[in-house]
Write a protein that binds this ligand. Structure first.
Ligand SMILES: Nc1ncnc2c1ncn2[C@@H]1O[C@H](COP(=O)(O)OP(=O)(O)O)[C@@H](O)[C@H]1O
Ligand SMILES: [Mg+2]
Length: 421
């Protein structure tokens, strides 16, 4: 099978890494990829969707996999499908589950799927009067895509009002803030669950936990995610069953009724409150860094899983997972998440310890290659992944790998997976 992966992050690298070890995979392409993906396949410098269709046809691509949300929300899947190409990801209509929080919340309400009480509005007056009725903290969300920055957890009524006014005026997020959601604050613990869907059926992957804050003990500013591990013991069989029955099944059925069948990765942000899973949000693609710990847990060839999901054939697949744990620690550049950092050469020490070499790997994200030297280009640079028979073992191995990776200004959290230990 010849496969094209759209995207350039650690998520796409980790999908590519799994596919590069997959017997069924012949050629692998990344559009545009990063400085390390060209060691797994070939990077191609095309971003225009129609030109990508041309590339896929000329090169007889059997399957295209879309990593990030932006091309999905912009409709890349519909463009590929209208040319008869097989592509894994939701169409534009279904991608609205991530592209518009107002659409998502209204969908959840319509199909009685558990979520926080809310109102949606574009009127500051209406928002402010609802805010008066809530206890603090109060959650204010911009409707559209805001690269993970569109949610304010306000500690006072004044702060909530201020967030609403700045969103609605366009000051905070432009058009993405022209509608807002105000919702009740849920007090519990957070999990990420991922269902691979083919429009009718789904396969639920082991639950993962991300670490959004920059610093240990979940302090400091929010980031794209500083580390993840899976499976998390915070999810047990009963919780998986509740998520399947109360959230995923009605979502797939509801999306069919909306004439927007959901194919692709349904990423469910869950807050567990008194043992009950409440939907915080949907995303329509893998989380990054969750993908980096989930891909190495797949025993079933990734090409088969994604191909069958893309072609509506999941009922013919029995998926198996490794009986192991994976922990991923993100190493970021000096100025992340505030500003860019100057490129810094990456040096990875030779790993002499066989146990570490066999049970760890790096997923590369913010890197470029020049004259065969890899440079950290800022942001989240790479993820050190450790595998093990326990979370502790996987974590220790991941951190040993962190000690082997060097570049100027490298920084990482030292407490990834602490909630499970
Ligand atoms: N109703 C809520 N109660 C408590 N925390 C929330 C609530 N909604 C969101 N959050 C917190 O804010 C984070 C971001 O919100 P989310 O809805 O996932 O939006 P996005 O990922 O698009 O920024 C969540 O991961 C969660 O920690
Ligand atoms: Mg989120």
């Amino acid at each position: 099978m010849d496969i094209l992966i759209i995207g350039s992050g650690g998520r796409e690298y980790s999908i590519g890494l799994a596919l590069s070890k997959d017997q069924a995979v012949n050629k692998l392409y990344f559009a545009p990829g990063n400085g390390a993906t060209d060691a797994l396949g070939k990077n191609i410098d095309i971003t225009d969707y129609q030109q990508l269709v041309g590339f896929a046809k000329q090169n007889s691509i059997d399957l295209t996999i879309v990593g990030p949300e932006t091309p999905l929300v912009e409709g890349v899947v519909d463009i590929f499908q209208s040319d008869g190409l097989v592509i894994f990801g939701p169409g534009k209509a279904a991608a609205r589950l991530e592209g518009s929080k107002v659409y998502m919340k209204n969908f959840l309400a319509k199909y009685s799927i558990p979520t926080a009480q809310y109102i949606q509005t574009s009127s500051a007056k209406e928002a402010l009067s609802f805010i008066q009725t809530l206890k603090t903290p109060i959650v204010v969300k911009a409707d559209g895509l805001c690269a993970g920055k569109g949610v304010i957890i306000a500690q006072s009524i004044d702060e909530a009002n201020d967030a609403v006014v700045k969103m609605l005026s366009g000051e905070s997020f432009g058009d993405a803030g022209s509608k807002v959601i105000i919702e009740e604050y849920l007090d519990g613990y957070e999990l990420s669950m991922f269902a691979i869907c083919d429009g009718k059926d789904f396969i639920l992957l082991p639950a993962a936990q991300d670490h959004k804050r920059l610093k240990n003990n979940d302090e400091g500013p929010n980031t794209g995610g500083m580390g993840a591990y899976a499976p998390t013991p915070l999810a047990h069989d009963e919780l998986y069953e509740k998520v399947k029955k109360r959230i995923i099944r009605p979502t797939l059925d509801g999306m069919n009724q909306e004439k927007a069948p959901f194919r692709g990765v349904l990423f469910i942000g869950i807050m567990v409150v008194e043992n009950e899973p409440i939907t915080l949000e949907f995303n329509v693609r893998f989380g990054d860094p969750e993908c980096e710990v989930l891909m190495p847990l797949m025993k079933t060839p990734a090409s088969e899983l994604f191909y069958k999901a893309a072609t509506g054939d999941l009922h013919n697949l029995h998926v198996e997972f490794e009986d192991k744990y994976a922990v991923g620690v993100v190493i970021a550049s000096a100025n992340y998440p505030y500003s860019t950092s100057i490129p810094a050469e990456i040096v990875v020490d030779k790993i002499v310890h066989k146990e570490i070499a066999d049970n760890t790997h790096i997923s590369y994200a913010g890197v470029k290659k020049e004259d065969d030297i890899l440079y950290a280009t800022g942001g989240r640079v790479l993820v050190c992944v450790g595998m093990g028979a326990s979370i502790k073992e996987a974590k220790d191995r991941a951190y040993m790998l962190c000690g082997q990776v060097h570049f100027a200004g490298k920084k990482f959290r030292t407490d990834i997976a602490y909630q499970a230990l």
